[in-house]
Design a binder for this molecule. Structure first.
Ligand code: GSH
Length: 292
């Protein structure tokens, strides 16, 4: 193993120097708004403030699935929150999510706006509002919630742990990469064993548990996350995860949801803002004039 660092923590930590690494510019040790900025509001009942990261994609896939099921009340405006530029610290965004992280949703269909943050809370809110993609009772509902919250508890080890130290940290630290690679492979194996004898994560039916897990573990299995991580973690070995991810990728709503608020990849796959179903055909980044 590489030599351990010379760093000796002081008695009391302070943000004395930039931490380095990707995203260091948006890290702060305090919460709250940094600037006044109202959020835009479109014409639909649901206003989503987000970005096409795995946590953001959960919600756009959910909304597209609800629309595909015929729930017209799930029409939404998706606004882009550029977290690299600090949009999550604007006063309007912080009023919706005091934790300053995408995704954040405002439901304006009732007399008073309802604000929801945390991706799993948004999925449950929408599933209950439309009585869809969440089993109503018993063992099936318990399984759905168990796997939904498994994702919420597990993904920080994948993203904040493995992904951070493998792809973003300013130095490659063998101990950290080993520790989190071990955990992420264990998580992939948990999911793989579950999917060995279940078509979907929570059982026979496609639910919000699949929607939450897909962008993270499906994305890892398909090689979308953290550069060369798929090869490093031998993701092809998780055959059942691969089968499930391929099956979900066949869903038109999953394909559409992955495009919304996306700012990387093929221009034709990036729909920065979504205000109408026709936007997928007419307003992808390849069809709009470059900003500026
Ligand atoms: N547990 C939260 C995590 C949300 C999250 O980490 N969002 C990231 C992007 S994927 C973010 O907004 N980061 C901005 C920041 O940390 O300032 C959820 O599931 O909604």
């Amino acid at each position: 193993m590489a030599e351990s660092s010379e760093y000796v923590p002081p008695k009391v930590w302070s943000a004395s120097k930039p931490s380095g690494g990707a995203f260091a510019n948006i890290n702060r040790p305090v919460a709250g708004a940094t600037h006044e900025k109202a959020l835009p509001v479109g014409r639909h009942p649901l206003q989503l403030y987000s970005l096409g990261t795995p946590n953001g994609v959960k919600v756009t896939v959910m909304l597209e699935e609800l629309l595909a099921l015929g729930h017209r009340g799930a029409e939404y405006d998706a606004w882009l929150i550029r977290i690299n530029e600090g949009d999550q610290f604007g006063s309007g965004f912080v009023a919706v999510n005091p934790n300053s992280k995408i995704p954040a949703l405002v439901d304006r269909s009732g007399p008073e706006p309802i604000r929801v943050f945390e991706s799993a809370a948004i999925l449950v809110y929408l599933a209950e509002k439309f009585d869809a993609l969440l089993p109503r009772e018993g063992a099936a509902r318990a399984a759905c919630f168990s796997w939904l919250f498994w994702q919420m508890g597990s993904a920080p080890y994948l993203g904040g742990g493995f992904g951070h130290f493998y792809a973003y940290a300013p130095a490659k630290i063998e101990y950290a990469i080993d520790r989190f690679a071990m955990e992420v492979k264990r998580q992939l194996d948990v999911l793989d064993r579950r999917l060995a004898d279940h078509r979907y994560v929570a059982g026979d039916a496609y639910t919000i548990a699949d929607i939450a897990i897909f962008p993270w573990y499906g994305g890892l299995a398909k090689g979308w996350l953290y550069g060369t991580a798929a090869e490093f973690l031998s993701v092809q070995d998780y055959r059942n995860v691969q089968r499930w991810a391929d099956m979900l990728l066949e869903r038109p709503a999953v394909r559409r949801g992955r495009m919304v608020n996306r700012t990387s990849g093929e221009l034709s796959s990036q729909l920065h803002e979504r205000h109408d179903a026709s936007d997928f055909e007419t307003r992808t980044a390849d069809k709009l004039p470059p900003p500026g």
